[in-house]
Design a binder for this molecule. Structure first.
Ligand SMILES: C[S@@+](CC[C@H](N)C(=O)[O-])C[C@H]1O[C@@H](n2cnc3c(N)ncnc32)[C@H](O)[C@@H]1O
Length: 293
């Protein structure tokens, strides 16, 4: 499948923020090209030459993504619209495939949980280890929105609980829940590649017999003890009645993918059905938690 890569000129101070913007615009993966490593952008054959004085943040989008809308949005929030240096280019899978692999290392979340790239050794064999290869799907644990959910799951007693993972991506949260003791997880994603990656990761972790995967159009009616949804604020708002239908009586809910300034509105929406707890913050991102009334 062809992809579109957007390169955005940044510096050490704003690169993380630009990365979050690209994620918020629907980028499937964001990587950095450090000016210290590559001081001048290497043009592709036939490209006009653009010299990057600093870090470049690169977002990967599906070829069908509306890039005019993305550029318009970025220019709207960029501190100096005229100075925003960017470049769009079409890529084939092979051009970026596995580019991030070298930078993905085992990471610990909470007290017990490790996310380990499937091609590396586990640092602690006695811990709860999720062996992961996200492929093209979102979810390695490196993003704060995922990290907030992993830490939350680690802090729960999931023994024999049922879980719904809405927007499962690589399956990282589903598999973490299963390895932490959940008896069954229902995972839903609009992206068929995410469902494929989730299944492959579940098999890699020997938990596929307890994982059910669905596209939204096929999702079953189900009441879970725990529901986690790491999608962006827009879908969380629009899909609130759907997501809440999955939360059983006194069930627990975590919503992630939300920027701090978006939290209040979502607290009010989900507060109709849940007792909402104070938000948890990591960088600019927050996790909302509630318990079904
Ligand atoms: C930010 S990623 C989260 C992936 C993973 N759960 C994690 O925590 O890292 C959001 C995922 O939600 C999916 N998604 C977006 N909108 C959706 C919708 N309306 N219904 C179901 N899944 C959706 C995307 O395809 C993507 O895989």
């Amino acid at each position: 499948m062809p992809w579109i890569q957007l390169r955005l000129s940044a510096n050490e101070d704003n690169a993380e923020k630009y990365s979050d913007w690209l994620t918020a615009c629907g980028s499937q993966a964001v990587t950095f090209l450090d000016a210290k490593d590559t001081p001048i952008y290497e043009p592709l054959p036939g490209d006009e030459v653009i010299y990057w004085s600093n870090t470049v943040v690169m977002g990967l989008f599906e070829a069908s993504h509306d890039m005019d809308k993305v550029i318009h949005y970025l220019q709207g929030i960029h501190p100096d619209k005229e100075q925003m240096q960017y470049k769009l280019e079409q890529l084939e899978d092979k051009d970026w495939e596995r580019e991030w692999m070298d930078n993905f290392h085992p990471m610990k979340f909470g007290q017990r949980l490790w996310i380990c790239p499937s091609w590396r050794d586990v640092p602690d064999p006695d811990a709860v280890n999720v062996m992961l290869d996200p492929g093209l799907a979102f979810g390695t644990g490196t993003h704060p929105t995922t990290a907030l959910c992993l830490t939350w799951l680690d802090g729960l007693d999931l023994q024999d609980k049922t879980v719904v993972d809405f927007g499962c991506g690589s399956g990282i949260l589903s598999i973490a829940a299963l390895k932490l003791g959940a008896k069954k997880v229902i995972a839903i994603d609009i992206d068929p590649q995410a469902l494929q990656a989730s299944l492959a990761n579940a098999e890699r972790n020997n938990v596929s017999d307890r994982l059910e995967l669905y596209l939204p159009k096929d999702q079953p009616k189900f009441k879970a003890d725990v529901v986690v949804a790491n999608i962006l604020a827009g879908p969380l708002r629009e899909l609130a009645p759907t997501i809440i239908e999955f939360v059983g009586d006194k069930g627990l809910l975590a919503l992630s993918g939300v920027l701090e300034e978006q939290a209040q509105t979502l607290q009010e929406i989900y507060g109709q059905w849940c007792d909402m707890a104070p938000i948890s913050v990591q960088e600019e991102w927050v996790r909302l938690n509630g318990q079904r009334k």
